[in-house]
Design a protein around this ligand. Sequence first.
Ligand SMILES: Cc1cc2nc3c(=O)[nH]c(=O)nc-3n(C[C@H](O)[C@H](O)[C@H](O)COP(=O)(O)OP(=O)(O)OC[C@H]3O[C@@H](n4cnc5c(N)ncnc54)[C@H](O)[C@@H]3O)c2cc1C
Length: 385
Amino acid sequence: MNRTWDVIVVGARVAGAATAMLLARAGLRVLCVDRSRHGSDTLSTHALMRGGVLQLTKWGLLDAVVAAGTPPVRRTVFHYGEEQFAVSIKPAAGTDALYAPRRTVLDALLVDEAVRSGVIVDFGTPVVGLCRAADDRVTGVLLQDRRTGRVRAEYAAIVVGADGRESLVAREVSATNEFAGQHAGSYLYGYWRDLPSDGYEWFYRPGLAAGMIPTNDGATCVFVGGTPARIGAAVGADGSPTAAFDGLADQIGLGERLRSAHRIEAVRFARSLPPGYLRTAQGPGWALVGDAGHWMDPMSTHGMTSALRDAELLVDAITSPVAVEPGTAGSYQHTRDRISRPMLETSDEIASFGWDLDRIRDVVRQMSSAMTDEVETLALLGQAA
Ligand SMILES: Cc1cc2nc3c(=O)[nH]c(=O)nc-3n(C[C@H](O)[C@H](O)[C@H](O)COP(=O)(O)OP(=O)(O)OC[C@H]3O[C@@H](n4cnc5c(N)ncnc54)[C@H](O)[C@@H]3O)c2cc1C
């Protein structure tokens, strides 16, 4: 077997590009492939939590996020019905603000830094299968050439699936599901100009939630979410997501603020999302990062932060001089699961939209406490490095 690469990473967005970049910085030969285009957009509402900002700071990339015009977020305001509760972002763990970069900014920035670090990145190239040794160990990937359609193999010691919720790598290795959530929300979101927001603003009303997230180019991303039945009924069989959004925004008390601003892009509809899951994270010759390995409902606004975190946890495990048995204390999977499980359980309850305003306050507090644990773990990793 002609093994050209130490690691092949499938997927070049937050999870894949960050993983590839860190591996290359550690001196490994890395190929990263993605079937999409460099700098393309994807469904996402952009909010990074403190753990994600901490990672970007540690890797020397936050300045570029700021230079791209991403506004700092210094407060989070929770609107529980008519009541408001504001929290200032205190300087801690090297961060004094949160950021919500558009994916066209963040993903491109991570890929460009991966390339600068020595990763060979190949866009427009789908992985169509995995290669295996006689003992079933994963040894590489089958790539389809974008021009000729021909399939060729590339070999590596490890194949990392950073290929999102429908991960081919997870499917091919039959990664088992260790946690299966019960609930999934549906979301409508769009972008407005001239919409001042007091940092991140989250809105809760029985059966509905919304968020305002300041992002690049002076725009604010606004989303509304609820059960698929409620959002689906608002959109209707052949209805318009835009009209549905306006009606739901009125119901959650945002209508007036939005009418005094300017919508700048069509409303997008994230209709069929899965409930949260936590898949086995590693096996012989393979590992999963980001949504390929676990998914939380977007109400958590934590998927990108998880992806950046997992990138570092996995690279730490791959490059560690001391091999730790997968699943045992200190392994990539063990640390990922310890941090993720409480968040998964909490975000599953949020995604049920079955809470009342007292309960959602408690659940939001639990989520916040789980995120604090995550930041503490990441800050310690930084010290060890
Ligand atoms: C509506 C919505 C709102 C969200 N809002 C937020 C938010 O505010 N904050 C937050 O942190 N998270 C949010 N998320 C979650 C966040 O978008 C994801 O967690 C994040 O995109 C995961 O990144 P990833 O790199 O793991 O996967 P992805 O972003 O899905 O990237 C996977 C990549 O793999 C490539 N790929 C897939 N299969 C193959 C193949 N066979 N061959 C080659 N390439 C392949 C794809 O082209 C893609 O580029 C939201 C998600 C949704 C749906």
